[in-house]
Design a protein around this ligand. Structure first.
Ligand code: NAP
Length: 343
């Protein structure tokens, strides 16, 4: 048995941390089973837990991790790297965003609706939640891989600034306001002006011209789907606060028309098809905020090619919900945790 079902959420004051608390409360996880943790500057702050309850934020540096069974990291990489060995030594199961190779023996990315069964057998102490783009793509590509072969998938992924945390959201806000006030545009998080613009560059470039964000999204999507099909993604930073969106074009081995594709996607857990060929008959990123589904619109076909538009809330569906679902599966599997001996 897990030593305790108590859950510590590190980074509880951030965008994702708050969403994680929201999902846990919606799933009726009792308030006394959840501990909100952040940096020293947030200690004592009160964070909403559901509609009526609050949690007092505790200091990560004074927290005894042997008190909890599960830790969810919702913090920048540097914070995960700093505290990971302490949390591991306390024998906690850990859910966190992707981390560098040297911190995990094996990278196990989980999207519960796609490969959640992995958690039944896994002995890994750290389970990774993929980046939002990989979660969205693995959910919508899954039915096409189940029924046949994807010969090639080409994706343009439009990413909201909240994918980089609060300071990046502030940068979009301040630039937008500044441009209206004729001030000089300052950029720190983004390589160029993001307000009123699109930037086809997230992360660092490799020798083939791909960015690290593109390579990570491709690798994570293929790992979750357990399939090495040709997948090309262009990641573009968009001046949107919340909600990732993608255009997806699939070349398939067999002929599937848009009505068949619609049916396949409608039957896929976590996917909602809203596709009416008229004004407002499709979903845009703004409408996804706070929603749990991945929304597919603009379905069409040409011979063996299917194209569509997909959008979802990156903070909720693309991070918090996924992490909360992983935790629920871990608890259901009643994972045996022998502290320090589990990798
Ligand atoms: N946003 C997305 O779509 C997305 C999706 C998947 C993964 N991620 C990753 O998840 C991480 C968090 O994203 P976010 O959008 O929630 O960021 P955020 O809004 O900037 O929040 C960061 C959180 O980390 C905490 N923190 C910072 N330094 C800390 C320290 N030294 N000790 C303890 N806590 C510390 C902050 O606490 P204080 O308030 O006390 O500073 C805050 O709660 C990012 O690294 C991001 O790469 C993001």
């Amino acid at each position: 048995m897990m030593k305790t079902h108590k859950i510590a959420v590190i980074g509880a004051t951030g965008n994702i941390g708050r969403e994680v608390l929201g999902v846990l409360a919606e799933n009726s996880v009792p308030q006394d089973q959840v501990i909100a943790i952040a940096s020293a500057k947030s200690v004592g702050d009160e964070i909403s837990y559901g509609e009526e309850k609050v949690l007092k934020v505790q200091n990560i540096d004074h927290f005894d991790f042997t008190r909890v069974g599960i830790v969810i990291f919702c913090t920048p990489q540097a914070v995960i790297e700093k505290y990971l060995s302490q949390v591991r030594s306390a024998g906690c199961l850990i859910v966190c965003p992707s981390i560098a190779e040297q911190f995990v023996d094996k990278k196990e990315y989980v999207v519960p609706e796609v490969n959640g069964a992995l958690l039944q057998q896994s002995t890994a102490q750290i389970i990774l939640t993929p980046d939002p783009g990989a979660i969205i793509l693995s959910l919508v590509l899954q039915p096409f891989l189940k029924t046949g072969v994807i010969e090639q998938a080409v994706v343009t992924l439009l990413q909201a600034v909240s994918g980089h945390g609060r300071e990046a959201m502030d940068e979009l806000f301040n630039q937008t306001r500044g441009i209206y006030m004729n001030s000089v545009v300052q950029h720190q998080h983004f390589t160029k002006q993001i307000a009123f613009n699109l930037i086809p560059h997230i992360g660092s470039f490799d020798k083939d011209g791909r960015t690290s964000e593109e390579t990570n999204t491709i690798q994570q999507t293929k790992q979750v789907l357990k399939s090495d099909f040709p997948l090309e993604i262009t990641c573009v930073q968009a001046p949107v606060f919340i909600g990732y969106a993608a255009t997806v074009t699939l070349n398939l081995a067999q002929h599937i028309n848009s009505a068949q594709a619609r049916k396949m996607l409608e039957q896929t857990l976590g996917v909602s098809v809203i596709d009416h060929r008229r004004d407002e008959g499709y979903v845009t990123p703004v409408e996804t905020a706070g929603e749990q589904a991945v929304f597919v619109s603009r379905l069409r076909h040409r011979e063996k090619q299917i194209s569509f538009w997909v959008t979802a809330d990156n903070l909720r569906r693309g991070a918090a919900l996924n992490m909360a679902q992983i935790v629920a599966l871990m608890q259901k599997a009643s994972r045996v945790l022998e502290s320090r001996s589990v990798h």
